[in-house]
Every structure is written in structure tokens, then in C-alpha cells.
Ligand binder design. Structure first.
Ligand code: GLY
Ligand code: MN
Ligand code: MN
Length: 353
């Protein structure tokens, strides 16, 4: 991946690429500390970090030159700029504050700071086998935790209690954190795609949307299932099966070469033909990796082709204000022929008796 960054550097005649973004730092160097600067020159790769982390950085990033941040980031950069005779520095405009940039420009008058976008985000889209294995392990924990929760879903239990149980189970199964606060939306609250669990008690007749994920060795998972409490009524069955049909059709279509827009359209057309397109207001899916939401997007705005090794969610939903909602979400890895589901769990409507 350093070759691609160096070739970008040459294209825009820069001497160095710098990043202070935590996820990019981890991706590029494997260093997990909370502070540091990645410095990639045409023939140097340096990780600048402070006293708290130099030993850890040496262990986690043995191929990188570790430079102690001393006494400030700017003083440390000044030494590197001098040593390497740097004139043009490529920085990540999406991740550097105006204040930071102004400080650098004032301090280093002879240096030009050149904004760049998405160099690392682009690289992160296609996962290595090692990354896929970690995402798959996170997905497995997530599936196990949801499976273990099902017997505990019953009338009288609150959304918060269910969410808490999920967090606890995922941690107990080896997750280092939740990827995001679990979403538990019951009854009419299922119409909020990102419902914050509250003290509403589960009732007979509810649809319950549960969306959850965890982090395993830095990598995230993402899974949604919708359950029904007691016998579903005809409208619940109708909506559930439209979403399921859309989800299965998108999974079936998903393959390298199709764009995010094309895959999104497969699901969107089905929901539109059923008359509910106004109630599917988010995109079909997103990339998952070190971050829970990353590139590529399965949306009407992504015309780039998908490629093997990308990991994305497929998560159509229908949300009817005052009534409730249904979302079904799987995490998949794009393969040479199509895609492989990492969140293997039934999608038949599970009826909580
Ligand atoms: N957790 C929100 C989502 O599924 O993207
Ligand atoms: Mn989700
Ligand atoms: Mn998702």
C-alpha cells in the first residue's frame, strides 16, 4: 500500500504524505496508540509518537522508523523537514482541522501543504485475507450474541435491557467493544432507523428491529434482524417479505464489476414496485472494516465498480411512522463470483411466542 501512496505523491510532486488520523495510522502501520503522525516519504516511512507510546510503536510497527515526538509535533516535524529537505507535504484535508493547517503554514513558510482526499480510504476498501478473517470473527460473535438473546425477548422486557444484554454477551464472547450502541426499536419505535433503546416494554404484536455489531481485533461487524412478538398480522407479513425479497435479490445480484448504485437499485426497485420507496430513505449498504461505516457505499451516489475483497452490508428497510419498521442486514465479502455472507443467521421471520 505504500507503493500506491508514493505513486500518488509523485503524481502531485510532493515529497511526503502525512496523516494524523487514528484509523489510517493503524491501517498503515498497525500501531494502535491514540496519538501519532505517519510520515511517508519517497524513501522513508516514519511513525512519530510520544513518550507514552514509543515502546508500543516499536513492537507493533517493527518495519517503521519510530521517531519520538519531542517537545511538540511542530518541532519534531521541523527536524524531519530539515533532514529530508522537504518542500511539498501532502496532507489529508478531510482530517486536518483549519487550526492545525494554519499553524503548520505559519510555522513552515517555505513548505507548501497540498490537500489530498481519500488516498487511504480507497486502499482500505479491499481487505486482505487477514482483515476478512477478523471481520468474520466479529460477525460470528455478533450472530452468537443475537442467537443467545432470542429466548430473552418477551413481553415486559425493555429495549434497554435487551441492548445491555447484547453488549454484555458480545464482550463475554471475545469482542473488545461494541461497533456502535446496539439499536433496539420495538413497536412504533422500529420506524426510527437508528432507534436509541429506551424503557419501552416489549408487547405482543410488536415488530422489534435489532441492529448490532462488535469490534474484534480492531475490525467491526454489523447485523440486523427483525423479530415479531406473537402471530404476525397480514401487513406485518407483507412488509417483512418485501424487505426480505429486496435483500435476497441484492445479495444474489452482488458481484464484482457492478457499481454500488446498481446493487442499491436492485433492492430499491423491488421496494418501489411494492409502493414503499418513500419509506426506504437510506442507502442499501456501506463498507465495514476498521470503521463501522466506510467506503464503498452501496448507494445511488456510488458509480464505482465493486471488487473482490470488499466487505459491505446489505440492509434494505421499510419504516412506517407510527406503525414500525423492518430492516434485514447482512455483512458480506465480495468474491470473484458474487458474495459470501459473514453473518449466517436465519432470515425467516422469527416469531417470539
Ligand atoms: N448500525 C447502523 C447501520 O447498520 O449502518
Ligand atoms: Mn447495522
Ligand atoms: Mn449497517
Amino acid at each position: 500500500m505504500l507503493e500506491q501512496i508514493r505513486s500518488h505523491l509523485q503524481e502531485i510532486s510532493c515529497d511526503v504524505f502525512i496523516s494524523t488520523h487514528r484509523t489510517h495510522r493503524r491501517y498503515l502501520t498497525k500501531f494502535t496508540g491514540s496519538a501519532g503522525l505517519v510520515w511517508i516519504g519517497l524513501d522513508s516511512k516514519i511513525l512519530v509518537t510520544d513518550f507514552r507510546y514509543t515502546e508500543q510503536a516499536g513492537e507493533q510497527s517493527p518495519d517503521w522508523e519510530i521517531v519520538l515526538l519531542q517537545p511538540t509535533l511542530e518541532e519534531t516535524m521541523a527536524r524531519l523537514i530539515e533532514e529530508q529537505q522537504v518542500r511539498r507535504i501532502a496532507f489529508e484535508s478531510e482530517h486536518i482541522t483549519v487550526e492545525q493547517l494554519t499553524k503548520w503554514q505559519e510555522k513552515f513558510e517555505a513548505v507548501e501543504f497540498v490537500p489530498t482526499k481519500t488516498w487511504v480510504a480507497q486502499l482500505r476498501q479491499v481487505k486482505t485475507q487477514e482483515e476478512i478473517d477478523k471481520i468474520a470473527a466479529a460477525a460470528k460473535i455478533t450472530v452468537q450474541a443475537l442467537t443467545a438473546l432470542v429466548p430473552q425477548i418477551k413481553p415486559g422486557v425493555t429495549e434497554i435491557e435487551l441492548a445491555l444484554e447484547l453488549e454484555y454477551t458480545m464482550r463475554r464472547l471475545g469482542a473488545e467493544a461494541v461497533a456502535f450502541d446496539p439499536i433496539v426499536g420495538s413497536g412504533p419505535r422500529g420506524a426510527l432507523p437508528h432507534a436509541i433503546p429506551g424503557d419501552r416494554k416489549i408487547q405482543a404484536g410488536d415488530f422489534i428491529v435489532i441492529d448490532m455489531g462488535c469490534v474484534y481485533q480492531g475490525y467491526c461487524s454489523d447485523l440486523t434482524r427483525t423479530f415479531v412478538v406473537g402471530r404476525p398480522d397480514p401487513k406485518q407479513l407483507e412488509i417483512y417479505h418485501i424487505v426480505l425479497e429486496a435483500q435476497l435479490a441484492a445479495l444474489n445480484a452482488l458481484k464484482p464489476g457492478l457499481s454500488g448504485k446498481e446493487v442499491d437499485s436492485v433492492a430499491r426497485e423491488i421496494i418501489k414496485n411494492a409502493g414503499y420507496d418513500q419509506h426506504f430513505g437510506h442507502s442499501l449498504g456501506h463498507g465495514v472494516g476498521l470503521e463501522i461505516h466506510e467506503e464503498p457505499r452501496l448507494s445511488q451516489f456510488n458509480e464505482e465498480p465493486l471488487a473482490p475483497g470488499m466487505v459491505v452490508t446489505v440492509e434494505p428497510g421499510i419504516y412506517l411512522p407510527g406503525w414500525g419498521g423492518v430492516r434485514i442486514e447482512d455483512l458480506v465479502v465480495v468474491t470473484e463470483e458474487g458474495c459470501r455472507i459473514l453473518t449466517e443467521l436465519t432470515k425467516e421471520l422469527v416469531i417470539i411466542e
